[in-house]
Every structure is written in C-alpha cells, then in structure tokens.
Design a protein around this ligand. Structure first.
Ligand SMILES: Nc1ncnc2c1ncn2[C@@H]1O[C@H](COP(=O)(O)OP(=O)(O)OP(=O)(O)O)[C@@H](O)[C@H]1O
Ligand SMILES: [Mg+2]
Length: 368
C-alpha cells in the first residue's frame, strides 16, 4: 500500500464545502484520539505560522473511565469535551482540519489503463468495488490522479508503470466514522474545512523531510501505529494492538495500584522501577523492529531515522529503550518547531511535541 502525502491535500475538497481562507485568520487542528483530544490554534503572521494556543483534554472522564484510558463515549460527550477544551485553552477559532484515524479508511493505489480524464471518471467507481471490501454505500469515496513525477518515484520504488496508464489513489472512509466526527464538531460549533487521514497530518509536522525512508512510530493509548515513509509516500503501515494503556495496566497490576495511581507514576517517573512496564514496551518495539528489518531487506534500502510521535513518546527514558531496537537514530517529533512560539515555553513545547504532531499538521494545512 502506498499513497502520496503532497497531493493528498486535494483529496477531501469534494467532501465538504471548502471556502477561501481570509488573511490572518486563525485556524485549528483537532485530533480526537481514543484517550484524549488535542487542539492547536495557528494564525499566519508575516508569512509565518504562529502558535496562538494549544491544549489537550482527557476523554476518560467523559466516558466513565480514568485519565489515560482509551474510551469511546457517545459523540455528544466528545463534543462536550471538545467545548470544554476550547474554553479552557482559550481557542477562539472555529474552523480547521479534523483528523480521521487510518483504521477508519481504506486506501488503495490502483493503475488504470487510460490517460483520458473522462474515461477515468467512469472507470473508478466500478474499479472501486474490486478494492473496497465493504458495500460502496457504507463509505465515502474519493480519488485523485497521482502526477507523472510522483508516479516515477513509485516506479523507482519497485513498481513497473505501463505506458498510457494512470496511477490513481483511491480513498474510502467509513461513513459511520465521518458521521460521528461531523456530529461531534457540529455540536461543538466547529466548521470542518477538511478531514484528513492521520498519518498525513502527523508526518507533515513531525520531522524534517528528505528523500531517505523514515520510520514513524505513533505510540497511542490503545495501540501503536508504525509507518515507513519515503519520498512523502507512505509505503508501509501497520497497527500493533498495544499502547500506553497496557503499560499503565501492567504497572497497576504488579504494584497493586489503581489505574489513576499507576498512570501518574508512569508519567512522573517513567519505567525506572518497573520491569512489567518495560515488557509491554518490548512487545511494541520488537514488532516495530521486525517491520524495520523486513522493510530494509525487501526494499534494499536503509531507514535513515525512527521518529517517535504520540503521547506515549513522552515516557521518561524512552530514547534509551527505543535505541536498543533500531540501527538508526531515534528522533522525537519536534512538531512545535514548525511554528513560531514564545521562547519562554520552548521546553514545555519540546516535550509536548510528540503528542501534538497530528493537531499541528492539521492546523498547518488549514493555514495554507
Ligand atoms: N508524560 C508521559 N509519560 C508517559 N506516557 C504518557 C505521558 N503522557 C501521556 N502518556 C501516555 O500516552 C498515551 C496517550 O497517547 P496519545 O495521546 O497519543 O493517544 P490517543 O491519541 O488518545 O490514542 P490513539 O492514538 O491510540 O487513539 C496514554 O497511554 C498516556 O498514558
Ligand atoms: Mg492519537
């Protein structure tokens, strides 16, 4: 599976009424995760993206659970949390980009035997049925043509491109997910300018782009996502069904603590005194290492760095632990480095960078 980062921005323009951004207008990026909502508000000033405010709110308390737990509250409760977050963080903008998790979408790169636009438009809905394993009525379909220059990169990545054919990125998002997100943001009086699949938003903000392949590991609450990205194209994506929540559960079981106590201990002390926490991480990083080695062997390429994103990347001491699994430098997402920020909070923003990568990537695109 592969898809293009650069051109993806066009993909959802047909899904919602988009409108021109006014100069100097503030915009938000909203990332609704399973354990918390993250929001970032940016404005363009003198051609630069300036951070106006940002914040995070745990969803646990809105879903009869603890802070740090993955929950799935009804949309009205999530909207309430979003409203509370916007008030607490003094968010004034009500327009911006909203993240959609990769698991709610199906992405296929397909090659069609024509270069004629009209033929493509006729062929795609029919072709889509072959690739999308659910009734077409259950998903919102979108697609766009990958430009020739990008197609050459794909060929370089081992695909053979037939003459007189077109590479098309076919995207399907479950309607149930879009409807839920729509209900949440509408209830909170937010106007979505676009919906974007998370790895695109995240990688826009998480690291410096160059041509070498990069592995991105998103350490969330309920799970961990692993991507390999090359030439701005996501080559590999993989979900590991363990996340930060398991580490907390492990600490809580082994030390006889409540979930909340264990979560606090994890956030303040890291895994200093707990072997069980380490074993949950070992499972995650061993899987990621396997994906890393398989990619390098199959593609005959070296992954230049491993970028850690997500709340779980804030774990104290993680750099040393992760470093044992990869023969590549470990980088923490420096997402706030993409925007102008007041110097006096640089340290805070440095450590929060991994958590806010998706929200920042969304807000950056909303500014454009
Ligand atoms: N300072 C910290 N140290 C260690 N772990 C932390 C810290 N802050 C947050 N976490 C952990 O990060 C996890 C939440 O990460 P994140 O906010 O990226 O998840 P999410 O986006 O809500 O979930 P998902 O992406 O899986 O839907 C939780 O398990 C939480 O315990
Ligand atoms: Mg997340």
């Amino acid at each position: 599976m592969a898809f293009s980062l650069k051109d993806f921005s066009k993909t959802f323009s047909t899904l919602i009424d988009s409108f021109q951004k006014r100069d100097g207008e503030s915009v938000v990026g909203i990332d609704i995760g399973t354990s918390s909502i993250k929001i970032v508000q940016l404005a363009e000033k003198k051609g630069a993206a300036v951070l106006e405010t940002y914040g995070e709110i745990a969803l646990g308390p809105y879903g009869d659970a603890e802070v740090g737990q993955a929950v799935n509250p009804p949309p009205e409760k999530v909207a309430e949390a979003l409203g509370d977050l916007m008030r607490e963080a003094n968010v004034t903008s009500r327009v911006g980009g909203i993240a959609v998790s990769l698991s709610a979408s199906l992405i296929n790169l397909i090659t069609l035997p024509t270069k004629d636009e009209n033929d493509l438009a006729a062929m795609i809905p029919i072709e889509a049925r072959k690739y999308i394993p659910v009734p077409v009525g259950e998903v919102t379909l979108d697609w766009f043509v990958i430009p020739e220059s990008e197609s050459e990169f794909l060929s370089a990545a081992g695909r053979t491109k037939k003459p007189n054919s077109t590479d098309v990125l076919l995207v399907a998002i479950h309607n149930a997910t879009l409807n839920r997100l729509n209900t949440i943001v509408n209830t909170a009086s937010v106007t979505p300018r676009f919906y974007e699949i998370e790895p695109f938003s995240m990688s826009r903000a998480a690291y410096e782009h160059d041509t070498a392949p990069v592995m991105v590991i998103d350490l969330g609450a309920s799970g961990t996502r692993v991507y390999v990205i090359e030439f701005g194209i996501i080559d590999v994506s993989h979900t590991i069904n363990r996340g930060g929540q398991e580490i907390t559960h492990a600490i809580s079981r082994s030390q006889g603590l409540t979930f909340t106590e264990a979560e606090k201990l994890k956030r303040t002390e890291g895994l200093e005194n707990t072997e069980v926490g380490k074993s949950a991480l070992d499972y995650i990083f061993s899987e990621a290492r396997r994906i890393f080695l398989t990619y390098q062997r199959q593609e005959g390429k070296i992954i230049s760095k491993v970028v850690l994103v997500g709340g779980g990347a804030q774990l104290t001491g993680l750099e040393n632990i992760a470093g044992q699994y990869f023969d590549a430098p470990i980088i923490f997402s420096s997402a706030f480095g993409r925007v102008h920020t007041p110097a006096f909070i640089d340290d805070v923003l440095q450590s929060a960078g991994p958590s806010f990568s998706t929200a920042i990537g969304l807000a950056l695109r909303a500014l454009k």
